[in-house]
Design a protein around this ligand. Structure first.
Ligand SMILES: [Zn+2]
Length: 282
């Protein structure tokens, strides 16, 4: 449901893609800015600091030390357990997202070093079917968490998702418990998990692994929540507070520990990991 609204552009900020060409219009300040300058600043606006949607591949590049990254489970792809058809058949929808992104599904997982600290990492990509979590996303995240536990390393997950993937029905919902259980075992082994919330992190993803971090970091002005604002407003029949479901609101109300601009994310993550996981410092 949330995902549908995000696609239609309601219920929150519509994620803007950077179009091809030299210039890009910033949805934050409405200025037209030089695309190369946006890219140099890790897909943030040089004028106002607006955070554009970032691909998972660029995110991995931005966080991990050059040459250290090893992707795992690259080839996992979804089946069509329900024979689901909405405006198009589920396998056709997956094929379309694969062609658009060059990814097999909505998450990249692997391991490497972050300023010299050995860490496992999962990064979601909103371009792939709204970053929705079906069986592949849940399985890949569970495997990367379990690999981190087995190697006594920390794990970092960067979320960007409209929630569970409706085309896989209850199998998508089961991924919430599966990822949470893997994180519980990671925690029992006294190993840290840092959750990074980016725009948007909603619904079944926020209600499972994204909100379970020992430290929860958000990018500025990200949309964070469970149900979309319009649904909540219609259900409780009350006006919602200004800025409801933003990183800043969540931090004020104790759901987020830190707000970190993207350009400082790697240094901040490695600073925290150095403290929480000294055994992983190479
Ligand atoms: Zn701007």
């Amino acid at each position: 449901m949330v995902l549908d609204r995000l696609r239609r552009g309601g219920g929150g900020k519509d994620p803007k893609k950077i179009p091809d060409g030299l210039w890009v219009k910033c949805p934050g300040c409405t200025k037209t800015v030089f695309k190369r300058l946006v890219e140099e600043r890790l897909d943030t606006c040089p004028e106002c600091g607006h955070h554009f949607t970032m691909t998972a591949e660029r995110r991995v590049e931005a966080l991990m030390d050059a040459g250290s990254w090893k992707e795992i489970d690259h080839g996992l792809t979804s089946s069509d357990p329900l024979g689901f058809v909405d405006s198009k058949a589920y396998p056709a929808r997956i094929a379309q997202s694969q062609a658009k992104t060059g990814m097999k599904d909505a998450v990249i997982t692997g391991h490497g070093t972050m300023n010299g600290i050995k860490s496992h990492l999962g990064v979601m990509d909103f371009r792939f079917n709204g970053g929705s979590m079906g069986s592949v996303v849940g399985e890949k995240l569970t495997r990367v968490i379990e690999a981190a536990t087995a190697t006594k390393q920390p794990v970092v997950i960067v979320s960007s998702s409209g929630g569970a993937r409706m085309q896989e029905g209850v199998i998508s919902l089961m991924q919430m418990t599966k990822t949470s259980a893997a994180l519980a075992r990671h925690s029992e082994a006294n190993l840290p998990y840092i959750s990074v919330l980016t725009n948007p992190t909603m619904a079944g993803v926020m209600a499972s692994f994204a909100s379970l971090g020992d430290v929860i970091i958000a990018e500025p002005k990200a949309l964070i929540g469970f149900t979309g604002a319009r649904v909540i407003k219609n259900t409780i029949k009350q006006e919602l507070p200004e800025g409801f479901q933003t990183s800043e609101f969540c931090m004020e109300h104790g759901q987020v520990d830190l707000i970190v601009p993207r350009q400082e994310m790697k240094s901040e993550l490695s600073r925290i990991l150095r403290y929480l996981a000294p055994q992983a410092v190479g």
